[in-house]
Design a protein around this ligand. Structure first.
Ligand code: AMP
Ligand code: MG
Length: 479
């Protein structure tokens, strides 16, 4: 399939008109090609696009809209930093419809009915970050939206400094957020709340369609998926930065990449969003915040679902659904095959140890993946190796209860603990080069994002400890 023949379906428009606003993209000035992702193109049966393909530029910039597409922005609300905002919506994203179940949007395509006082644009740095990071998350095995391509432009934007506008084309099995439910619930539009729930079930939980108790089952599965998602984030060391309910996916996907960060040194208290002064969305708070967000989601659904049942589910989330999801992820990271009751203690001990050791999260687990009883390579990573010694003694004892050989465990762990993650400083370097017209780093990072578990000798420079002065870079929502 070529770009000009893409066939979109626009099922969302069968919902009540209050769910969206029809709108047209506003093109950027002097658009230019930055990157195209063939792997995502395959999802929509699209042929490879050449760098100089004019249709690609036009499609992303909104000067070519395929006949089958209907462009619209979606309406939603959400709790932002705990305060309820009655009306948010796609202020800078424009939907085109779906292909093969992938809902396609451009982000940064100008004002919509939901832009409020903002410009509807996305700056080049944040666009490159989302383009690359969404791909990295997917390849780390973490549910995420994806991105097809990115263009830059000469359109100037006022941010902390003057930036240039960019557009990514991004895809998701669903763009529906907890906040979409909140919008209709707070307005007491319960019929619309029901039609939204039916729509979300068809889109993301079709196996529930004919179930009698399907609304509760839907809630229950959103809870389960959220647990798995957050457990993955904690395991890999991903900090989202803006876990507002409008950024929480009902399909359990990582959604809306803003001031996110991978951990450099392990730190529960790390806050990647410079506007988050209270540390609400600190790395170590993410599980609690996911619970808080689910309670807001349940409140939105209260008019159509038995509240007692939802309360019970939320209690279960805190007491075993999330903990079990987390233990599962951590067992895999430690290469443990058997499920023993004592494992939670081993995990708690481990994260406490990492907190005290001043040690790079990613490199620690990758090095642990080579562990054969020789502790020195691990000690060498830490500023304070003493607690690691104690933990490794516990780990050795636990390994004795496994039947896997060292080699078997190592092979498993090398496929679980990535060698390559996209740290903020790498993204910042790629952005700086792009501003100078050099896009090669974006391609390199796209490559390592898509091969996080491989040994890539030519990219060894991306697997080293973050240089001290680049550690814990924080960004704001508008970066
Ligand atoms: P975010 O924190 O990026 O998820 O955005 C929160 C809300 O603000 C959403 O409704 C966005 O669409 C909107 N928004 C963020 N940046 C802009 C912008 N530059 N122009 C218009 N709306 C925006
Ligand atoms: Mg958002």
């Amino acid at each position: 399939m070529t770009l000009d023949k893409l066939q979109f379906e626009t099922k969302y428009l069968s919902l009540d008109p209050e769910f969206y606003e029809l709108t047209k993209p506003i093109p950027l000035n002097e658009p230019y090609f930055i990157s195209f992702n063939p792997e995502v193109a395959e999802l929509i049966d699209l042929d490879e696009v050449r760098k100089d393909d004019a249709t690609f530029l036009k499609l992303l910039n909104g000067t070519f809209i395929p006949e089958s597409a209907k462009t619209f922005a979606m309406c939603y609300a959400g709790h932002q930093f705990s305060h309820y905002a009655i009306r948010l919506g796609d202020g800078r994203a424009i939907n085109y419809g779906s292909i093969n179940g992938w809902n396609i949007q451009t982000k940064g395509s100008g004002e919509t009915a939901y832009s409020r006082t903002a410009d509807g644009r996305a700056a080049l740095p944040s666009s490159i970050r989302e383009y690359l990071m969404s791909e990295a998350m997917h390849h780390l095995g973490i549910p995420s939206t994806r991105a097809l391509g990115i263009i830059g432009s000469q359109t100037k934007l006022l941010r902390n400094t003057i930036e240039k506008g960019a557009i990514i084309m991004r895809l998701s099995p669903s763009w529906i957020r907890f906040g979409t439910f909140e919008y209709f619930s707070y307005l007491k539009e319960y019929d619309k709340l029901k039609s939204l729930t039916d729509y979300a079930i068809t889109e993301s939980y079709p196996h529930l369609e004919n179930k009698e108790d399907r609304y509760y089952q839907f809630f229950s599965e959103v809870v389960e998926r959220t647990a798995k998602l957050i457990a993955h984030w904690q395991g890999v060391g991903f900090c989202h930065g803006v876990m507002n309910t409008d950024n929480m996916s009902i399909a359990g996907l990582t959604l809306d990449y803003g001031p996110f960060s991978m951990l450099d040194d392990f730190d529960f208290g790390f806050v990647c969003n410079s506007t988050d002064k209270a540390g609400r969305y600190a790395y170590g708070e993410q599980p609690n915040i996911s619970y808080w967000n689910l309670t807001k989601f349940s409140k939105a659904l209260a008019p159509i679902i038995d509240v007692k049942k939802m309360e019970q589910k939320l209690e279960d989330y805190g007491s075993f659904i999330y903990p079990n999801a987390y233990i599962k992820v951590m067992r895999q990271k430690m290469g443990l095959e058997f499920e023993l009751n004592e494992d939670m203690e081993l995990i708690e001990n481990l994260v406490g140890t990492l907190q005290d050791a001043y040690i790079d999260h990613t490199i620690f687990f990758r090095t642990l993946s080579h562990y054969d009883g020789e502790r020195m390579p691990i000690f060498e990573l830490a500023m304070n190796p003493v607690p690691l010694d104690t933990w490794l003694t516990l780990y050795d004892k636990r390994l004795e209860k496994e039947t896997r050989t060292h080699t078997e465990r190592q092979n498993f762990m090398l496929k679980t603990n990535p060698k390559y993650v996209l740290k903020n400083y790498m993204l910042q370097d790629a952005i700086a080069l792009t501003k100078g017209g050099n896009f090669s780093r974006v391609e390199e990072l796209l490559y390592i994002a898509q091969h996080p578990f491989d040994e890539l000798p030519e990219f060894e420079k991306f697997a080293v400890e973050t240089p001290e002065h680049y550690k814990n870079v924080t960004l704001s929502c508008s970066s």
